[in-house]
Design a protein around this ligand. Structure first.
Ligand code: NDP
Length: 240
């Protein structure tokens, strides 16, 4: 039987690596494509024609998410898991003593916090119809309030804290029907968040994705807990 997984922000970075890793784990993958001109995901879809489908997706747009959900519903009526991966960094330099750009923060919040909520809202019935019933949010250690040592990164950190709260709210509903939410910090990953490939980060996107799919495989057979698990890529619990 075909097992479908849906990944947002799949053009490059961690999202693309997650798509490749899930294909290796026999999933049929539906990948959200944000950048029409990026060849990597398009080329991968040509190689994996039988198991990789692309949908155009801008998680910051209600209409785009609705269109993508309609396209997914034409492909499958069950999703084993959704991975809300799409994210942006925004301006990170300013402290409370500098001029802060509210417009930038609204954009970061719209993509990073409302994006996963829009997507989850649109596909939740398909996920709850599956066996795994797993909602995965790519959060960050930057969303931990208990561990916060930064004095800047306002938009990014606040958006990821919102993702964690959102995960708790979703979990409280979906656990009634056996569903669960997993909040994952992928580590410091070589990706394009800062505009170009960050080769200084400690993990390649492929390494991080392999760890994250291990965490997902562990979460699938587990019963829903009281709260979502908030874990780093290695499986260590993070403080909320
Ligand atoms: P990348 O920038 O490499 O990948 C993010 C992807 O999301 C890009 O393809 C990006 O497109 C896409 N995207 C941006 N905006 C939207 C949108 N509105 N709708 C759909 N897709 C969009 O970064 P990462 O791979 O590092 O990021 C993946 C996730 O991992 C994010 O949620 C991030 O917050 C999280 N994370 C990353 C860490 C790291 O060290 N890299 C650490 C902790 C968490 P485009 O490139 O055109 O913007």
């Amino acid at each position: 039987m075909k097992r479908y997984a849906f990944v947002t922000g799949a053009d490059r970075g961690l999202g693309l690596a997650l798509v490749k890793e899930l294909l290796q784990h026999e999933y049929c993958v539906i990948a959200g494509r944000f950048m029409a001109d990026n060849r990597q995901l398009t080329d991968l879809a040509e190689v994996w024609q039988d198991r990789l489908s692309l949908v155009e997706l801008d998680v910051s747009s209600d209409q785009s998410v609705a269109d993508a959900a309609a396209q997914i519903a034409r492909i499958t009526d069950t999703l084993e898991l959704v991975i809300n991966n799409a994210g942006i960094l925004g301006d990170i330099g300013a402290t409370i003593l500098d001029p802060l750009s509210m417009a930038d923060m609204q954009q970061v919040y719209n993509v990073n916090a409302l994006g996963p909520l829009r997507v989850t809202n649109a596909v939740a019935p398909l996920v709850l119809r599956s066996e795994s019933k797993l909602f995965v949010q790519i959060s960050s250690e930057a969303g931990s309030i208990a561990d916060c040592e930064r004095n800047s990164w306002f938009g990014y950190c606040m958006s990821k804290a919102a993702v964690n709260m959102q995960g708790a709210l979703i979990h409280n509903e979906v656990k009634k029907s056996g569903g669960k939410v997993l909040l994952l910090h992928p580590g410091w990953v070589q990706s394009y968040m800062s505009g170009s490939l960050n080769t200084e980060a400690t993990l390649t996107a492929d390494e991080s994705a392999a760890h994250l799919v291990e965490r997902i495989q562990e979460a699938i057979p587990a019963a829903p807990g009281e709260r979502p698990n908030y874990l780093d890529y290695a499986g260590n619990e993070l403080p909320w």
